[in-house]
Design a protein around this ligand. Sequence first.
Ligand SMILES: CC(C)(COP(=O)(O)OP(=O)(O)OC[C@H]1O[C@@H](n2cnc3c(N)ncnc32)[C@H](O)[C@@H]1OP(=O)(O)O)[C@@H](O)C(=O)NCCC(=O)NCCS
Length: 194
Amino acid sequence: MPGALCATIALCHDRSMSASVTISTLGTMTPEPALVSEVTSLLGGLVASGAALGWVEPPARSEIERLLRELTAETAVGDASTVVGRDGQRLIGFGCWRRYQRPTHRPHADIGYVAVAADHQGRGVGRHLLDCLIHEARGSWVEQLTLDSRSDNNAALALWRSRGFVEYGRLADFVALGERRYDKTLLVLDLRTG
Ligand SMILES: CC(C)(COP(=O)(O)OP(=O)(O)OC[C@H]1O[C@@H](n2cnc3c(N)ncnc32)[C@H](O)[C@@H]1OP(=O)(O)O)[C@@H](O)C(=O)NCCC(=O)NCCS
């Protein structure tokens, strides 16, 4: 099944970019090699610049290929959704949610890997990616959407809170980057309440 268009965002204030960015879901087809390369490059570039996406080093292409294959298979049975943002042909945004596998947690899902290319940040792309993920989760009868962020990731935390996510916990010194330790903030959006 091919993906569906979620939104088109006008980027009229910058002549160096296309007039619009499209936000769409990935379907259930086997990920093309070109897509694997694009996602590897997007996430890897951000990690190399210090983004708090869960990796210490940029992820290998094989890891991203495995992730995309898993997401595709889970999407086919309503257990995941993946969204991408494109400026013209170029991939500039990514994000996904996955349903919890533990039988008692099955009504709920966890958001991960929300990322926007550095030169497109601060233009509303992240918010549209998140809105599309929330919309897809509602459509799959997800009850509670969780996510977590490194506690110094102010941009991400502001984005989550702007869409109603509330903090339900914090793990002190949980995120390890070499000798450094950072708190991890846990957030949830209850989709049953509006
Ligand atoms: C977090 C991230 C996805 C946000 O995407 P974005 O496209 O830059 O965000 P948007 O332009 O859609 O901004 C939406 C809201 O997020 C918040 N926000 C975004 N950038 C911010 C910043 N630098 N400082 C504070 N708040 C910020 C604001 O609330 C903003 O709303 P506003 O413009 O009305 O003030 C992006 O910064 C990113 O890819 N970071 C690196 C990867 C990462 O950390 N991902 C999250 C892992 S938990």
